[in-house]
Design a protein around this ligand. Sequence first.
Ligand code: NDP
Length: 284
Amino acid sequence: MDSVTDIGAQTGLLGVIGHPISHSLSPRLHNAAFRSQGLNLVYLAFDVLPKSLSAAIEGLRALRIQGANVTVPHKEAIVSLLDRLDPLAQRIGAVNTIVCEDGWLVGHNTDVEGFRAALHSVLPSGARGRRCLLAGAGGAARAVAAALVEEGAAAVWVYNRTRSRAEALCADAMSWGARTCEPLGAELLAEYGCSADIVINATSIGIDPDIEEMPFSVDILSSHQVVFDLVYGVVPTLLLREAAAKGAATIDGLEMLLMQAASSYRLWTGLNAPLAVMRHASGR
Ligand code: NDP
């Protein structure tokens, strides 16, 4: 399909559901990819409030859309609303991709692969044997923790505003085979944070309205670290600017967004995603 005038009765619908959603780059990435591969598909963004999530899922099912992405804050809440989960999404308890199979909505998680691929683009040896500080315990943090466990991280320390969610994530990560996974209180953050090799922000801090905030004090950052912020935007987040100023290697969320998008695209279309087209559409 070359333009909106080509949308017709045969056009398949995909989209992303989240709140807020106006900042999402996913429609640009996927529509550019569909056009470049001549697919009769269109991808939209849907602003869905938590109280409307169940109705939105019923809508997707009734309309038999081909697939969807799921983003903040719905990745965990959506799990119980789907018909089936693939084993990885089931284990993590978070879904970022839905595939509609013969009217059944099947949940997958491509954030795990997206995070791993983005990390390896800067740190080829990955997280194996590294000590990792992870801020956040929501849907994205669960995918990051799963990737760190699979990679063989020496330790994962989880710091989250709501401590009980960090405790729950750590208990799950231990059941997935983590060597060490512990929730951190604010009192231990400085001590553990300074010794972390990889520092990751998987909270919503850094997106509107918390644009000029960071999840940790700048004091824990140092030049030996890799600092990965899942948040992406037109300018680097405050966390990444401070990390770069300390001489740390930095990774922003765009590379992960591209990699998870490519995996979702493969699930929906059966085709390898045109990564160069997606990257160009992202503005990089
Ligand atoms: P969730 O809503 O599931 O989780 C949000 C997390 O952020 C929770 O840990 C929450 O803590 C924390 N948080 C939110 N607001 C604040 C605040 N003001 N102060 C401290 N902590 C806060 O969202 P997701 O896990 O799905 O997404 C988290 C982030 O990761 C988002 O910014 C999202 O855009 C980004 N992301 C990026 C991806 C990429 O490809 N680059 C992929 C997936 C996510 P609490 O438990 O206390 O509420």
